[in-house]
Design a protein. Structure first.
Length: 91
């Protein structure tokens, strides 16, 4: 079975959660890619899922917070040779 990010570029999403004082919520990644590094909350966009819905779902699963409106900020592309992965992410 083909694996997103490994066998073809995967589509991910991330959510920048910022408090009124400007501080941003970060989480430490437990699994590749980038295991052990700090990052914003996020994950994989599932087939047929809107990226904003995926970002909300992932953020709620990872943080336990209830997420309201989600606005598009930017997209990124990461090719991580050490993990053998390639992702396009919407934020």
């Amino acid at each position: 079975m083909a694996r997103p990010g490994v066998d073809f570029p995967g589509v991910g999403c991330g959510l920048v959660i910022q408090r009124a004082d400007g501080r941003v919520l970060l989480c430490k990644r437990m699994k590749p890619p980038e295991a052990g590094h700090w990052n914003i909350v996020g994950g994989k966009v599932d087939q047929g899922e809107r990226s904003a819905d995926a970002a909300r779902r992932e953020a709620e699963e990872e943080s336990g917070l209830t997420i309201g409106a989600v606005d598009f900020l930017c997209w990124t592309e990461e090719i991580m040779a050490t993990d053998g992965q390639h992702w396009l992410s919407l934020m």
